[in-house]
Design a protein around this ligand. Structure first.
Ligand SMILES: NC(=O)N[C@@H](CC(=O)O)C(=O)O
Ligand SMILES: [Zn+2]
Ligand SMILES: [Zn+2]
Length: 427
């Protein structure tokens, strides 16, 4: 089957350029300013943006174990709706896929139920909470995309050090949730004026930065590719900047919510603003934006963390940590960062597709390339809309962005040359 995409505003080789694209058997077989062929299905892109499918290296689907929050099916439908064609799924599901048998089962589940490319993280330690390492080499051989104890982290320095040595030896990646449980203090919100104002227990910044400092030293020693999940503090960004300058193999991601909110935006006891790490101060938010602009921060990742309504409507002290994000990330980033002139559209696509693919070694993602898999997204940048619960395909409706007006509507998402989302049936 052949599909011809006419009149694209294509992101190609780092630039935006008018182009037509021919797709045959799921791959791009021709990319040129003008292609005319007969007997093909034609799709008019109407000069809208055609970008390599977006890549999010940090999502939580809840299957198996907590399918009332999200399933692989609803999670990947939501991803396609958000313009994503490749995601990295964290292993904090139940059971944690921490041995070969469970990991293989998880891969089979993903394979069976995913609408898009779901890559699977393996945990670093058994159950994600123990100090005992998983069989890193075996899980890597089965197809682990990278290793992470996200949701918990790794408190024991010896476990972290050994994990880094072994992950480095197989040239894989370690993505770290950095939050020292011993400094966490039962906090539910950033420690500072907002925690005082709302009378809530605060999470100090040193919970993140002290563990990050430890890890950077260990990463230097082992040479591992060490990736920082959802960085949230000014000092954290500065530590990563210094580590990069020192030649340490470190990368990091930031979430849309940490870029767009700070703890002064939390006006009431609304747990749709509750997540790990917490929204920090205005000073931290500014440092994250600076880090994004100067390249210290390598990519945007959503940390899509769906929860059921009743798990999020209990106020800060009792509700679960985490918010959804996969369906709102591109429009929010486009509206608040590109339309305001903070970064270019090219840079945004780089941060949301090319860089994450490159850094995690995904050869089939992140660019539109001749003879490569046709994973791409068509986005109407001029179309504005209001973020609404009813439009989410995710089971999770726990977003602090509901009601915000944004530009950049995903028109269609394609994987292997086939549509996995189109907005045709909407409205
Ligand atoms: N971010 C969160 O607040 N929650 C995540 C776990 C995590 O990313 O640490 C979740 O799984 O719900
Ligand atoms: Zn985390
Ligand atoms: Zn997470």
């Amino acid at each position: 089957m052949k599909t011809l995409i006419k009149n694209a505003r294509l992101y190609y080789q780092g630039q935006l350029t008018p182009a037509d694209l021919l797709i045959e058997n799921g791959r791009f077989t021709q990319i040129a300013e003008e292609i005319s062929t007969v007997g093909v299905q034609v799709l008019d892109a109407k000069k809208q943006l055609v970008t390599p499918g977006l890549v999010d290296v940090h999502v939580h689907f809840r299957e198996p174990g907590q399918v009332h929050k999200e399933t692989i099916k609803t999670g990947t439908q939501a991803s396609a709706h958000g313009g994503f064609t490749t995601v990295g799924a964290m292993p904090n599901v139940t059971p944690v896929p921490d041995n070969a048998e469970k990991f293989q089962k998880q891969l089979n589940l993903n394979q069976k139920n995913s609408l898009i490319n779901t890559l699977q993280y393996a945990p670093v330690t058994k159950g994600e909470t123990s100090d005992e390492l998983v069989d890193i080499e075996a899980l890597f051989k089965l197809g682990a995309f990278a290793f992470s104890n996200d949701g918990h982290g790794i408190m024991n320095a010896q476990s972290m050090f050994s994990a880094m040595e072994r992950i480095s030896a197989i040239n894989s990646h370690l993505a770290a949730h950095v939050e020292d449980k011993n400094l966490f203090n039962h906090g539910v919100i950033n420690f500072g004026s907002a925690s005082q104002r709302l009378g809530l227990p605060g999470i100090k910044q040193v919970a993140e930065t002290s563990q990050l400092a430890r890890d950077l030293v260990l990463a230097k020693e082992t040479g591992v590719h060490y990736h920082v999940c959802h960085i949230s503090t000014k000092d954290g960004v500065q530590l990563v900047r210094m580590a990069k300058d020192a030649g340490i193999n470190v990368t990091c991601e930031v979430t849309p919510h940490h870029l767009l909110f700070n703890d002064e935006d939390i006006l009431t006891d609304d747990a749709n603003f509750k997540m790990n790490p917490p929204l920090r101060s205005q000073m931290d938010q500014r440092a994250l934006l600076d880090g994004l602009a100067d390249g210290t921060i390598d990519m945007i990742a959503t940390d899509h963390a769906p929860h059921a309504q009743e798990e999020k409507n209990q106020g800060f002290e009792k509700s679960a940590f985490g918010i959804t994000g996969i369906e709102t990330s591109f429009p929010l980033m486009y509206t608040r960062l590109v339309k305001t002139g903070l970064i270019s559209l090219e840079k945004l696509i780089d941060l949301m597709s090319t860089k994450p693919a490159q850094i995690f070694g995904l050869n089939n993602a992140g660019t539109i390339t001749l003879n490569q898999k046709a994973d791409f997204t068509i986005i109407d940048l001029d179309q504005d809309f209001t973020i609404a619960k009813a439009d989410f395909l995710s089971k999770g409706k726990n977003s602090p962005f509901i009601g915000q007006s944004v530009f950049g509507k995903v028109e269609a998402t394609y994987v292997n040359g086939k549509p996995v989302y189109t907005n045709e049936c909407e409205e």
